[in-house]
Design a protein around this ligand. Structure first.
Ligand code: NDP
Length: 297
């Protein structure tokens, strides 16, 4: 197994890195912008905390980044402490950020000139999937590069799929998450309307989940997070709004009329602005409830 550097110990990056730390034969270095998270990680797991992206990359055959947005990847590339100061020819950057395809293509082009391979490899399955190592990994880039680095992705991913050229993983991930956003929002509108019409949300979900309107939102998110009013913070609304925006942009660039994707991107941007940086994605339901004057409980 190669030496791996993992950068970005956020809500999903951290459990992914834990899986790598626990994988037999992996030598792991971690880096995080807020340094104490990396230091804590190194105390608790078999890993070294690096001082900078360059320091993390210096010994790595594969560097994995998992930041909020593609611009964060750009921001760690350059300068004396940047990734490019540490990465060697023949190494690979695997970006697990749910990024935007155009940024990934631009970054891949830059790295190609330096003899460094790039894969966009966003993940799906949530923080619990990361903890269990059951994420889906959607990969864009050279299939031969993926074949080489696949063993490094297997500790956290069970379904690792080559989706096409660089940017294909990002594009697919954005559409997947736009569907999630549509399902959360439309279920909230429907359940609020039913509650006002006198149908209890638990009864409505029981029927919908045995019928053709069911989704992951109706089957899992609403029963576990909305009806209970638990709203755990596992995936920030800001990030889902970003994904919905990317999906709408992909459709626009491909000249596919996509009014529903655009509306979804707009609604989630409004929800993000209204509910703030730390709100979870399912808390978008709170805005629907506010507009409806009806709690879904
Ligand atoms: P978080 O907001 O929890 O963490 C973001 C991470 O990126 C932190 O480590 C943060 O560092 C780092 N970061 C942010 N900006 C910069 C920057 N400019 N330079 C360096 N580091 C930076 O996000 P998640 O872990 O939830 O998500 C990461 C990616 O995975 C996102 O693209 C998201 O859409 C995707 N994703 C998330 C899922 C989830 O369930 N959470 C599920 C599937 C995909 P710091 O600690 O200093 O803030």
């Amino acid at each position: 197994m190669p030496h791996v550097a993992f950068l970005g110990l956020g809500a999903i990056g951290r459990p992914m890195a834990v899986r790598l730390a626990n994988a037999p034969g992996v030598t792991l270095t971690v880096w995080n912008r807020t340094r104490d998270k990396a230091e804590r990680f190194a105390k608790e797991h078999d890993a070294r905390a690096a001082d900078s992206p360059a320091d993390a990359a210096r010994t790595a055959d594969v560097v994995i980044t998992c930041f909020a947005v593609s611009a964060d990847v750009d921001s760690v590339l350059d300068g004396p402490d940047g990734l490019l100061a540490g990465m060697r020819r023949g190494t690979t950057l695997v970006d697990c950020t749910s990024g935007d395809p155009n940024s990934s293509r631009r970054i891949a082009g830059r790295l190609d000139g330096l003899g460094i391979a790039f894969l966009d490899a966003p993940v799906s399955g949530g923080t619990s999937g990361a903890e269990q190592g059951t994420l889906t990994v959607m990969v864009g880039g050279d299939a031969a590069v993926l074949a080489r680095v696949r063993p490094v992705l297997e500790p956290f991913g069970t379904k690792i799929v080559h989706c096409g050229a660089v940017g294909a993983g990002d594009a697919l991930k954005s559409v997947n998450n736009a569907l999630l956003a549509v399902h959360v929002w439309s279920a909230a509108e429907g359940l609020a309307a039913l509650a006002k019409a006198g149908v209890r949300p638990d009864v409505a979900l029981d029927v919908i989940n045995a019928s053709s309107g069911r989704s992951n939102a109706s089957m899992n998110l609403f029963p576990e997070r909305v009806l209970t009013r638990a709203f755990p913070r596992t995936f920030r609304l800001a990030l889902l709004a970003k994904d919905a925006g990317i999906a709408a942009a992909v459709a626009r660039e491909q000249k596919v009329p996509a009014p529903l994707l655009q509306l979804t991107a707009d609604l989630f941007r409004i929800a993000h602005t209204s509910l703030g940086e730390e709100a979870d994605h399912v808390e978008a339901v709170r805005l629907v409830e506010q507009w409806a004057g009806q709690e879904i409980a």
